[in-house]
Design a protein around this ligand. Sequence first.
Ligand code: KG4
Ligand code: ZN
Length: 338
Amino acid sequence: MDTQISYILAIESSCDDTSCAILKNDRVLSNVVAGQEIHEKYGGVVPELASRAHQSNIVPVVDQALKQAGIVKDDLTAIAFTRGPGLMGSLLVGSSFAKSLSLALNIPLIDVHHMHGHILAHFINEDQKIPDFPFLGVTISGGHTQIVKVTDYHEMEVIGTTQDDAIGEAFDKSGKMLGLGYPAGPQIDKLAQEGDPRKFPFPVPKAPDLNYSFSGFKTAVLYFIQREVKKNSDFVKENLKDICASIQYTLIKILFQKVEKAVKQTGIKSVAIGGGVSANSGIRGQLLSYETKGWNVFIPPFQYTTDNAAMIGISGYFKYLEGNFSGMEVTASPRIEM
Ligand code: KG4
Ligand code: ZN
């Protein structure tokens, strides 16, 4: 086999999606994601149920990824996996599987930071434009809200982060108050498209420097709904689209206030968003509008925004090129730093 060509099998299992991808160098051959519907009825991810579902999903997901890629296990060059952050039980399923596979095939093991994955997803080669270093990575998901200064594939510095909830949680918890199912983010996005974003003004919380805070916003939404429902029990039903549009409008404002500040402070005008919440149409539209101000903006294809193994595979590929491998002693780490 050509030694310039690597086939990396990557596993992502940090939260509630079991995913396996195969990459041929920087191109994705397959990217299989098995979601877990079990959590919907609980209105959020139940860690114990997540790890059990990962256990039953992982073998079929890996099999399918290999089949779709048209290769067999013996063709593989290395195994990459998400080391953290995430849910301990979920990470353990992916990391144990990855270690066993690397041991059985006698090929290198590569551990990947989940948040590096969200940022490096922009480098998955689909012949699109890719960011030049340095750039600002804005990672927005159900677990994180970060502004990251990215100077190299392996050098990333968090320059702003949330002090409480993540922006995805702000979407999901507000949606829950409105009676929307989990995850509510995509539903708010859809309903907001037909609503008036300025109908109900919500406060923009104050957080120091480039940091975020969403807990005050969440409380404001709760009090607002309680107050209005007391006056009119059909308030939510009658105003759902306008409430969703107003919530989304405010969350976008909170998000970009700090992104603008980061651009000003660092002088870096390349901004790449990633993470599940970057699927939001309002956020995408707002980011694109900054191009008129001379920013260079990057939005990954939808399938690489939410949790997926392809982003772990591309991060693994860059570590592979450097010979940066992990030993068998590497452990799943629910709270590792960037
Ligand atoms: O990255 P991700 O799949 O998982 C985490 O690592 O958290 O992100 C999931 C989050 C959820 O909070 C979900 O509501 C949010 O992404 N989300 C959205 C949209 N699509 C997914 N939020 C707002 N608008 C969307 N279109
Ligand atoms: Zn994620």
